[in-house]
Each structure stands twice: as structure tokens, then as C-alpha cells.
Design a protein around this ligand. Structure first.
Ligand SMILES: Cc1cc2nc3c(=O)[nH]c(=O)nc-3n(C[C@H](O)[C@H](O)[C@H](O)COP(=O)(O)OP(=O)(O)OC[C@H]3O[C@@H](n4cnc5c(N)ncnc54)[C@H](O)[C@@H]3O)c2cc1C
Length: 492
């Protein structure tokens, strides 16, 4: 399914009046030039201009806006920071966008019970900043954590480099206040979840990762994690990506669980080095960024064991960051790697399949071969410890043939993931972009079960329809997604 398959509908004047009444006219955007800003998220190939964008400031405003949409039978989509990479926040067919960035208060931090209550528009990193002075942090750390929101993280069940040891978003959410697609406000779980499982169904677990299709999270109670006493960050340099992949399996097979275990390949090393000048070895095939944390005692011993694992896999060099400054620089290189790619390619397409670690060399080989076949460069920077690939396909969006090749290459990458017994997404979600692949990994009965759950939350299918799970009509789309058609240029 692509954005071009969805017929466009404009919000009627009555709905726009109701939205203005709900949030004030100054908070309803309808001018074409301003709507343009919201036509896509991080998946820039698929674009659809919203029918309207509504800025909300409170749960009651969200509920009033949702009620207005429900009364008009008009679909809507929540939007956090719009950093999603699977098209989740795209306003398919001209939906109303409910923009949550202004709901950005850390409402309360309960240091004694290590729980924070936040609004959905809080930037992920700001939560850690708010509690770090008291020795706590919010563990899920997407590489986009400087801009993405907690609400977006909840919707996508986001991960990050440190989720290898600490778990993904669902492991850190205790409760949610949610505006259901009817406009009713409910609380799922709650802060007491930190003391043990709450009675009843685990609706928090169900909501997290539902990609905005079950309603809108307007408040989240999340766990805060003690900042570890000590950290060791290692950089291991390998002659090839295969040797580095072998290093990953060897470390894990020795029963060691690093806090983070990231692989960066030669294309990314060059892009990052040319930008940040960190002293990354330009002749390396790949590097592993390995972080160990915990109690100070024994950590150097563990670091020694990890270094030994790397040496047995043929690493050319392995060293520990000598101080916090160097550690932060290494992480800057990792977390801003996508940005660095912008220096070497006008556009890139990033995937996020998950595969068994043992299949890393095989699948990485297929990715490179597919890129070569299509005349495109591929690059890799990913959460290797949990087998969560992030292949980047570099292309030029201004050249239509290159778009077609990038999409074909992307399909081959996802096929390689599926053939390796993997899953379509580790953290970016299905959104719109992987929808056509769902029948490859789920049977019709599996997907029907998902649709039924969805219908319980959203009987009218108004909350972000056309995302996450194929509706029945989309089941006809077998296999590959049709190449996206660039929308016509906007008239001034
Ligand atoms: C450079 C870069 C690096 C990235 N690295 C990572 C990474 O390491 N790990 C990772 O997991 N992801 C990563 N991402 C993807 C993205 O940042 C995450 O998916 C993030 O959680 C999206 O948050 P957002 O606020 O931008 O959400 P948006 O993009 O605005 O929305 C994403 C989805 O969430 C829904 N949504 C948003 N807010 C709510 C809400 N309050 N209630 C219900 N639904 C809501 C939207 O409808 C949409 O379906 C990266 C993206 C970029 C650009």
C-alpha cells in the first residue's frame, strides 16, 4: 500500500468549526503552506498533506478534538516529533493531525519510587536530563532521543543502543492515560505497576507498540533506572563486517550481556570521520562500539574478557575510552551517524529488520549484493547485540530511477530478513511502509486477530487507519509495495 492508494477527503467546514471550538482558532492550522510541514515524517518518500493540524495542550483538548473527529467520522493521527521512520505519522488521505509537541511537561518525578509522570510530548532525552542529578535516567534511548517524544516511543515501542540490557519501551512503561478513539479518557495500569503486576488484562502492554491505532496517549508513568556506578566503553576495530559480526556472536555466546553492542560499517565510519574527526580508523571494515556497565568492582575484568573475545575474532585493535569525554564522542559518532550520512548522500532509506545474530554475516552480504545490483551504496549502523539491522540505502530522491532502485533494494533487504527467519521491525514499527510485507510473516488468522483487537479500541477505524496492520482490502497487495509516486509539485 502506498499513500497514492488512499482517496483524499477534506474536513468539512462543520468539523473545522468544531476543532476551532475545541482548542481555539489559533491552534487549528489549515493554510496549505503550513500544512506542508506535516506532509511526512522521517520516511520522506511517502507524503500526504493533512486536512488540518491541531495543536493540543491538555488531555481535555485531545478528548474534545477526538470527539469532534469521531462525530464527523473523520480519521485522525497523533504526531509527536515526526521522527518515525515507517510513515506512522503520515496523514494518509488528508487525516487531521493531532500535534502533541506542546504537551511537554514532566508532571512529576517520584524519586523514592523511581517513577516519572510525563506528558506525551516530552522529548526522550529531557526526561533523563530532568532526573540525572539524582542518579536516575530513563533507559530507552533511541538514537533520535534528542528530538523524539515519549508518546512516539510508546506508540512505536522504541528501542535504542542500551535496550540490549535494559529492554525496550514496554519494559519501562507502568501506566498510560489514553484518549480512546471515541473521545473517552481511560487509565491503563498506573504508577503502582512498579510494585508488581496489576490485576486484570495487561492493557499497557497491548497499547505500547500499537502505532497510534488504539487512541492517543496523553500521560505516561514510566520507570526511572539508577545510573550505573561505572561504565566502560570499548571500540573494537575489525578488518571486515563478517569478522565484526563474528565478534558480536562470540561476546554473547560467552554469556556476557553488554549494555550496548553496536556495529558501524566502513561507509558510516568514513561519513562520521569526515564530519566529526574522532580518529576512527578509515581502513577498518567495521567497528564495534561496546559498552559495559554495572558495579565498579569486576568491570575491568569483564572488559578484559570482551577484548579477548574480539581478539579471537581477528580484531585489529580494541581499546577503552580513556575518559568520559572520549566516551561521549564515541556515542556522538554512533547517535549522529544517520545525520553524517546526509553529508554523503542526498537521500537515504533506512530499514529495521531483526534477525538471529548468527545470520548477521549472511544477511549483511545479501544487503550489499542487492545494493550493488541496483547501483546503490548500502551502509550499516545498527544494534548488533539484538540482531536489529539498520541498513541504509543511499540514493538521490530527485532521480526517479534511483527511487525505483532504492525501493526494489529495500524489498530485497526485507526479503532477506524474512528468509533468515527474522521479523520486519525491531523498533521503527510497520507504519505504512512495511504493511505489504505483513502477510509474509503473519497468517490471515493472525492478522484477523490483530484487526479484532484493534476494533475493540477503535470500532470506527478512525485512529490512524491504514497503518500497522493491513485492512482486508490491502491483503490483496501481495508481496512488494508498489513504488511510491512522487506527489505533484505544490502550486504556490
Ligand atoms: C536519526 C534517527 C534515529 C532513530 N533511532 C531510533 C532508535 O535508535 N530506536 C528507535 O526505536 N527508533 C529510532 N528512530 C525512529 C523514531 O525516532 C522513533 O520511532 C520514535 O519513537 C518516534 O517518536 P516521535 O515522537 O518522532 O513520533 P512520531 O514520528 O511523531 O510518531 C510515530 C508514531 O507514533 C504515533 N504517536 C505519536 N505520539 C503518540 C501518542 N501520544 N499516542 C499515540 N500515538 C502516538 C504516531 O501516530 C505515529 O504512528 C530514529 C529516527 C531517526 C530520524
Amino acid at each position: 500500500m502506498s499513500v497514492t492508494d488512499v482517496p483524499r477527503r477534506e474536513p468539512a467546514a462543520g468539523l473545522l468549526d468544531a476543532l476551532r471550538a475545541a482548542v481555539g482558532p489559533q491552534n487549528v492550522v489549515t493554510s496549505h503552506d503550513e500544512l506542508f510541514v506535516y506532509e511526512c515524517d522521517g520516511l520522506t518518500l511517502d507524503k500526504s498533506t493533512p486536512g488540518a493540524v491541531v495543536y493540543v495542550h491538555s488531555t481535555l483538548e485531545v478528548a474534545a478534538v477526538v470527539k469532534a473527529c469521531a462525530a464527523a467520522g473523520f480519521p485522525f493521527v497523533a504526531r509527536g516529533a515526526g521522527t518515525g521512520l515507517s510513515g506512522g505519522a503520515i496523514a494518509l488521505g488528508g487525516m487531521v493531525v493531532i500535534e502533541l509537541a506542546r504537551m511537554n511537561r514532566v508532571i512529576e518525578i517520584d524519586y523514592e519510587n523511581r517513577v516519572a509522570c510525563v506528558e506525551p510530548g516530552v522529548i526522550n532525552l529531557n526526561l533523563t536530563k530532568a532526573c540525572s542529578a539524582r542518579g536516575l535516567h530513563y533507559a530507552p534511548d533511541p538514537s533520535s532521543q534528542g528530538s523524539c517524544t515519549v508518546g512516539g516511543n510508546v506508540a512505536e515501542n522504541s528501542g535504542g543502543p542500551h535496550t540490549l540490557k535494559y529492554g525496550v519501551t514496554v519494559n519501562h512503561v507502568l501506566g498510560l492515560e489514553v484518549v480512546l478513539p471515541t473521545g473517552d479518557i481511560v487509565t491503563l495500569g498506573g504508577p503502582l505497576g512498579g510494585l508488581g503486576p496489576l490485576p486484570g488484562y495487561d492493557l499497557v502492554g497491548l497499547f505500547v507498540g500499537s502505532e497510534g491505532t488504539f487512541g492517543i496517549a496523553t500521560k505516561a508513568w514510566v520507570k526511572l533506572t539508577p545510573t550505573p556506578e561505572a561504565v566502560r566503553t570499548l571500540l573494537a576495530v575489525f578488518p571486515s563486517i563478517e569478522a565484526a559480526s563474528h565478534g558480536v556472536s562470540t561476546i554473547v555466546s560467552h554469556g556476557i550481556v553488554p549494555a550496548a553492542l553496536e556495529l558501524i560499517d566502513k561507509t558510516i565510519i568514513r561519513a562520521v570521520e569526515e564530519w566529526l574527526h574522532l580518529g576512527f580508523p578509515l581502513d577498518a571494515g567495521a567497528v564495534l562500539l561496546i559498552e559495559l556497565d554495572g558495579l565498579r568492582d569486576g568491570l575491568d575484568l569483564l572488559a578484559g574478557r570482551v577484548m579477548e573475545c574480539c581478539r579471537t575474532c581477528g580484531c585489529l585493535d580494541v581499546r577503552a575510552a580513556k575518559d568520559d569525554k572520549e566516551r561521549l564522542l564515541l556515542w556522538k559518532a554512533r547517535k549522529q551517524a544517520f545525520g553524517a550520512v546526509g553529508r554523503i548522500s542526498p537521500s537515504y532509506y533506512v530499514q529495521d529488520g531483526v534477525i538471529p545474530r548468527s545470520k548477521l554475516p549472511e544477511v549483511l552480504g545479501k544487503i550489499e549484493a542487492s545494493g550493488r545490483k541496483h547501483g546503490l551504496t548500502t551502509a550499516n549502523v545498527f544494534h548488533a547485540g539484538d540482531g536489529n539491522l539498520h541498513p541504509l540505502i543511499l540514493f538521490d530522491e530527485r532521480v526517479p530511477e534511483q527511487i525505483a532502485h532504492a525501493l526494489a533494494c529495500n524489498d530485497e533487504v526485507l526479503s532477506a530478513v524474512v528468509e533468515a527467519g527474522g521479523m520486519l521491525s525491531g523498533e521503527h514499527g510497520i507504519g505504512i511502509e512495511k504493511l505489504a510485507f505483513m502477510p509474509r510473516v503473519f497468517g490471515e488468522a493472525d492478522m484477523e486477530a490483530m484487526r479484532k483487537v484493534r476494533a475493540v479500541f477503535d470500532p470506527q477505524a478512525l485512529s490512524n487507519p491504514g497503518k500497522a496492520v493491513p485492512m482486508r482490502a490491502c491483503m490483496e497487495v501481495k508481496g512488494h509495495r508498489p513504488p511510491a509516486v512522487r506527489p505533484p509539485m505544490r502550486k504556490a
